[in-house]
Design a protein around this ligand. Sequence first.
Ligand code: RB5
Length: 148
Amino acid sequence: MAKKRFYIANDHAGFKLKLALVNFLETRGYKVTDLGSSSEDAVDYPDYAAKVCKSVLKDRNSLGIAICGTGMGMCIACNKFRKIRAAMVYSEHTARRAVEHNNANIFCFGGRSQSAMEVKEYLSEILKSRFSREVRHGRRNAKIDKLG
Ligand code: RB5
């Protein structure tokens, strides 16, 4: 299967980390669509969360990355969208589990709380991981889809 495309969006606090992650993914052969913002001028992160969610929902063979200062605002906003499973990733373990158990389709990071070096390690885990075939994880994700 072709490599997944990544859609990536950020607010002002995530701009620098975004640049590092775009470079990281492109040098590994992934196609990346940068949805902005494109500077450190202040913007509202929900606007960029919406952009990345709508893009991921339209493109089945894609994943999203959303970056703000902490990752938390983006994560809260993204999870308002049905069928979006946004995960706040803060370790190699949570990176693996976000894929294996949660089948996350958007990964959230904090430009003011995480270094580019650590986030690249988490992304490496995400790229290596696959959703588990165990029935319980599918069942739990289906229950999430029915909430709200
Ligand atoms: C912006 O100052 C900051 O609130 C935002 O980047 C994010 O951390 C929110 O969760």
